[in-house]
Design a protein around this ligand. Structure first.
Ligand SMILES: Nc1ncnc2c1ncn2[C@@H]1O[C@H](COP(=O)(O)OP(=O)(O)O)[C@@H](O)[C@H]1O
Ligand SMILES: Cc1cn([C@H]2C[C@H](O)[C@@H](COP(=O)(O)O)O2)c(=O)[nH]c1=O
Ligand SMILES: [Zn+2]
Length: 201
């Protein structure tokens, strides 16, 4: 917390969004910012959606197995209830939260809290995912991070699903998803559409 010249306490509330495809380093960047806040002795609380049980029930874990303790919550309203007296709030896998997350983040930032949100920008179909696009709109700062396309080595753009499952929410990692650049993603999805059309004949 900074003290301004009138002696009032000034807490610079803000929303930071870290978005990108799978394997782009969103969680690593979230953990890096949160650990630095902890070094600065700020009161930090980290939330994730309870449905995200991929690597751990109660930790935020990156694909490289870096981790930080977190509180799993079922809905965005719980974040507000559990954030009194907190200076920095971190939220991972934000794409899985309800649309109420946008108001929750705005409320926290307006109260002086630094809110750092990480989430997928798009689902496997390339459609903007959950509250992430709206959060990008109201954020003070948006960082788009990129994985490497596993087919050609360019900068990745989308998360291509490798298994036949049309549900929007399907937890997974390398066996289920691969990061692809725009061109490789287009070729992969066109090929899938061709195969599907062939199967129907
Ligand atoms: N194709 C890839 N491009 C970049 N990083 C990858 C790739 N595949 C695996 N990784 C690993 O994923 C790590 C990033 O993990 P993480 O922060 O959990 O990403 P995200 O939260 O965006 O899915 C990288 O440091 C790297 O070790
Ligand atoms: C593209 C896409 C992903 N998911 C799931 C798969 C993973 O469990 C998470 C993303 O995790 P990461 O930290 O970004 O690697 O989301 C999904 O449910 N639906 C999708 O379309
Ligand atoms: Zn590519």
């Amino acid at each position: 917390m900074d003290n301004n010249f009138t002696g009032e306490t000034h807490r610079p509330g803000r929303i930071e969004v870290i978005c990108g495809s799978m394997f782009s380093g969103k969680t690593e960047e979230l953990i890096r910012r949160l650990k630095r806040a902890e070094f600065a002795r700020q009161k930090v609380e980290i939330f994730k959606p309870a449905i995200d049980t991929r690597y751990s029930d109660d930790e935020v874990v990156s694909h490289d197995r870096h981790s930080i303790p977190s509180t799993p919550v079922d809905s965005s309203s719980s974040i507000l209830l559990l954030s009194s007296d907190i200076e920095v709030v971190g939220i991972d896998e934000a794409q899985f939260f309800d649309d109420g997350l946008v108001n929750v983040c705005n409320d926290l930032a307006n109260r002086g809290v630094r809110v750092i949100v990480a989430g997928l920008d798009m689902d496997y179909k390339g459609i903007p995912f959950g509250p992430i696009p709206a959060l990008c709109a109201v954020a003070d700062e948006v960082t788009k991070v990129h994985a490497i396309c596993v087919r050609c080595g360019s900068v990745a753009y989308a998360s291509h699903r490798l298994v036949a499952n049309s549900k929007r929410v399907m937890l997974g990692e390398q066996s289920e998803y691969e990061p692809l650049c725009r061109e490789c993603y287009r070729k992969a999805t066109e090929e899938e559409a061709r195969l599907q059309a062939g199967n129907k004949q």
